[in-house]
Design a protein around this ligand. Structure first.
Ligand code: DON
Length: 603
């Protein structure tokens, strides 16, 4: 019955949407899947002009900062994962860092007025932003078009305005109360006290000026000069810590990717300070307990997945953080001897309580993920965030961009839960210049030497578990990407010791089956942002004929768009791009036979 309701809701959503189905499209000349349609169309235009996936990703990212203020950003950070047509992989970590004046006890010690500052809102919740530096670095490494040409669409959308969509208007309206707290933010996003109406033209001249400085001076247009001076001045006035020195010192970093094999494919994702290693542990544990146990979509397979998620999350909360600081142990996540012992601790017939696991030390908010491929087979997978929806719900005065509230991703004090209910260890304590641990982990799957899938998701702490369940769906169960994205999700993160599941998506025999095994099973909290759902995956799959299917998660509006052959730029397809024979019912590109070696250690 519940499944039927979900299906009806999906049909209604589609029926209410525009005539063109934006959620799933197929085409050969490249593809873009993103949560926001206007920005996705910017990516398609760049591909059509002969830009590669990197160019399109840079342009989409800047466009999202204009059209999707909930999570697109200049004042936040993220993780970039790309693979060029020759197979070269690039990870850019552009996570925010703590300002130099941030001390370990920042959120413990009361201030002069006797108040303990918040890491989740207010002036001290903001980390030094990384987005502009990250995109500049990614462009230097792999872009083909000129930087300024990639900024132009965003500048136009901010300066001349864009036609407000229902999606963005609703997102602003949902966050009205928070956005009203700061007068300048309210002036921009709530003119006359209400969210701009769908169909109206929404202009952001301050943001256009900031983007223009970035267009003309590259990252220096943001981290140095007049924008940096305005940032420092605004921070001083409002009680923030970010100085020009912090901005000038900010550095996006390239990092080796996390690579592991699952079924007949190689999975690429991002390392610490993201949560790719925890995802690797989930998959390697799956291989060790026997993937067949996780193949069905039933309570018994969910039990194995939950027990695996719990153990990988325990390691994440304890051993991951900024690798430039002490205590990070990424090698543990792929250490097979250790993982064997962990796999052996999973009981087939009973849940293991969090308190009984050795070595003990938690979606309302918003992030956004987009996936892009070009006609030559290059792929980019980017997850980017301000943390909470609209971040700190405060714009940088005069500059029109929203500040993040990412400091809450640190372990702010021992035992303290963050906004996702996560209880994290001292390895992720606050320190000057340190990156806070992130759950983000964008994905690229390679099969037969070519990109088979690109995807990722927002969802705070549920990001690694959503990505894990997508890997089980596509690679183990051979579902199409659409089916794997649409399938119901659940989540376990060690603490709290519960299995959260998507509201209205599971039959009673599933929940009862897990309860009988000793799990505490709870419906996902129904917040205004997520309606009790988990994650929003925007991804692309390669079809047997080498064309692409772009998929937007039906959980919320989004766009999966493709370049149709008639539109395509004259990019030459590499030789040997042969279609793969598709086993009946299987996903298009990864064959079940000949599973590769169980573990390929992270470099
Ligand atoms: O980096 C993190 O783990 C969080 N700041 C991500 C926040 C998020 O995904 C919110 N999205 N719905």
């Amino acid at each position: 019955m519940k499944k039927l309701l979900w299906l009806c809701a999906g049909l209604l959503l589609c029926a209410a949407g525009p005539a063109e189905d934006l959620r799933v499209s197929r085409g050969a000349g490249g593809a873009v899947a993103s949560e926001e349609e206007t920005a996705a169309r910017v990516g398609i235009e760049i591909l059509k002009k002969g830009g590669n996936a990197t160019d399109a990703a840079v342009a989409v990212s800047f466009a999202l900062a204009v059209t999707w203020p909930e999570a697109g950003n200049l004042g936040g950070g993220g993780f970039w994962l790309s693979r060029d047509p020759s197979g070269k992989v690039l990870v850019v970590d552009y996570r925010e860092v703590a300002p130099r004046e941030a001390r370990r006890d920042l959120y413990i010690r009361p201030n002069a007025r006797g108040i303990v500052p918040s890491a989740a809102e207010g002036p001290l919740a903001t980390g030094v932003p990384g987005t502009v530096a990250g995109l500049a670095l990614a462009h230097r490494r792999g872009g083909r078009l000129r930087w300024r040409d990639l900024l132009e669409p965003a500048i136009r959308l901010a300066r001349d305005g864009f036609v407000m969509t229902e999606n963005t208007s609703a997102s602003i309206a949902w966050n009205r109360e928070r956005l009203l707290r700061d007068p300048e933010t309210a002036r921009i996003f709530l003119p006359g006290g209400a969210a701009p109406a769908p169909g109206s033209t929404f202009r952001q001249p301050d943001l256009a000026a900031t983007l223009t400085a970035i267009r003309d001076r590259g990252e220096d247009g943001f981290y140095r000069g007049s924008v940096a001076r305005s940032i420092e001045e605004g921070q001083r006035r409002t009680g923030g810590l970010i100085s020009r020195g912090d901005l000038a010192r900010y550095e996006a970093k390239t990092r080796p990717p996390v690579r592991f094999r699952f079924e007949n494919a190689e999975v690429l994702t991002t390392p610490a300070p993201s949560s790719g290693p925890a995802l690797a542990e989930m998959v390697l544990l799956t291989n060790l307990v026997g993937p067949d146990k996780l193949r069905p979509r039933d309570a018994s397979s969910a039990h194995w997945a939950v027990e695996i998620e719990k153990r990988a999350y325990r390691d994440r909360n304890r051993y991951l953080g900024d690798p430039a600081f002490g205590g990070v142990r990424q090698n543990l996540f792929t250490d097979v001897t250790r993982l064997r012992a962990i796999a052996a601790s999973i009981r087939p017939d009973r849940a293991t309580a969090t308190k009984d696991l050795r070595g003990a030390e938690s979606d309302k908010p918003s992030t956004t993920h987009f996936s892009i491929v070009d006609s030559a087979g290059g792929a980019v997978s980017v997850t980017t965030t301000l943390n909470d929806s609209f971040g700190n719900a405060r714009v940088a005065p005069g500059l029109g961009f929203l500040w993040n509230d990412e400091m809450d991703d640190f372990a702010t004090r021992p035992g303290q839960k963050n906004m996702y209910g996560l209880v994290q260890g001292k390895v992720n304590a606050v320190a000057p210049g340190k990156r806070m641990l992130s759950a983000m982990c964008p994905i690229i799957v390679v099969s037969g030497g070519r990109v088979a899938f690109v995807w990722g998701t927002p969802g705070g702490s549920t990001i690694p578990t959503t990505n894990y369940q997508l890997l089980l769906g596509t690679l183990l169960r051979h579902e199409t990407l659409e089916a794997a994205v649409a399938a119901p999700r659940f989540h376990q993160q060690d603490l709290p010791d519960t299995v959260q599941y998507e509201r209205g998506r599971f039959e009673p025999d599933w929940t009862e089956g897990l309860r009988r095994l000793g799990h505490t099973v709870v419906e996902r909290e129904n917040s205004i942002y997520n309606s009790g759902l988990i994650g929003r995956v925007h991804g692309i799959a390669r079809n047997p004929d080498g064309s692409w299917t772009a998929v937007a998660d039906p959980r919320r509006s989004g766009a999966g768009l493709v370049v149709r052959p008639a539109d395509a730029s004259p990019v030459v397809r590499p030789a040997g791009a042969n279609p793969v024979v598709r086993p009946a019912g299987a996903n298009p590109v990864v064959r079940p036979a000949d599973a590769g070696p169980v573990v390929r250690p992270t470099p």
